[in-house]
Design a protein around this ligand. Structure first.
Ligand code: CO
Length: 216
């Protein structure tokens, strides 16, 4: 059996098991998706948002890219966010990074990988803003961990700056943006405690992060 045949065979077993526990499961899903969460995460194969958070198909709307970036002009990410917030009415956006992120590492070490260097340039901009914190880290690993965390926080703020989220807050829609980080070595998601529920929260976090940039 080829590798792909194995995938298709495993899929048949999975679908049968799902039907066994909940017979009308797929029928119900085909009529409606009503996820409460939008996940913006890294493409890294070791991070499994649905399974890792105990969520079934239909419960998590997902956007993934290299190093979980929310770039102001990325129509792909913005379109996912708009559909999630305005049509699906998700209540939570989770920006989830992970320690040991290859994208963040390449940005930190200025590794030349090709086209992707232009995408990772966004993280290098973040690194430049927080260079005092990064320089204070006492090892290469600690510096990478720090940039992985700061990158999540910056993307949480970027998500909060989108017209999609700003308009939702202005019209009184309940939408929270959370920053999480995943540890590949223990399988645990950690909340970085930077949740934004409003424009005020966004402004407060922005000021706090400016202090951090000054090393305070
Ligand atoms: Co990554």
């Amino acid at each position: 059996m080829s590798k792909l045949e194995k995938l298709l065979a495993a899929n048949k077993i999975w679908a049968a098991q799902m039907k066994e526990t909940d017979a009308p499961f797929f029928e119900r899903l085909s009529e409606l998706q009503a996820p409460k969460f939008l996940w913006i995460g890294c493409s890294d194969s070791r991070v499994m948002p649905n399974a890792g958070a105990g969520l079934l198909p239909g419960e998590l709307f997902v956007h993934r890219n290299i190093a979980n970036l929310v770039v102001h002009t990325d129509m792909n990410c913005l379109s996912v966010m708009q559909f999630a917030v305005e049509v699906l009415q998700v209540e939570h956006i989770i920006v989830c990074g992970h320690y040991g992120c290859g994208g963040v590492q390449a940005a930190l070490e200025n590794t030349r990988l090709g086209l992707i260097d232009n995408w990772l340039r966004h993280i290098q901009d973040v690194g430049r803003d927080y260079r005092l914190i990064l320089e204070a880290a006492d090892s290469r690993e600690a510096r990478l961990d720090k940039l992985c965390e700061i990158n999540v926080i910056e993307q949480v703020m970027n998500a909060g700056q989108t017209t999609v989220v700003q308009d939702a807050w202005r019209r009184g829609q309940t939408i929270s943006i959370h920053g999480w980080i995943y540890h590949i070595t223990d399988g645990i998601f950690r909340d970085l405690q930077v949740t934004l529920d409003s424009l005020e929260d966004l402004n407060d976090l922005g000021l706090k992060m400016i202090d951090k940039q000054k090393g305070e």
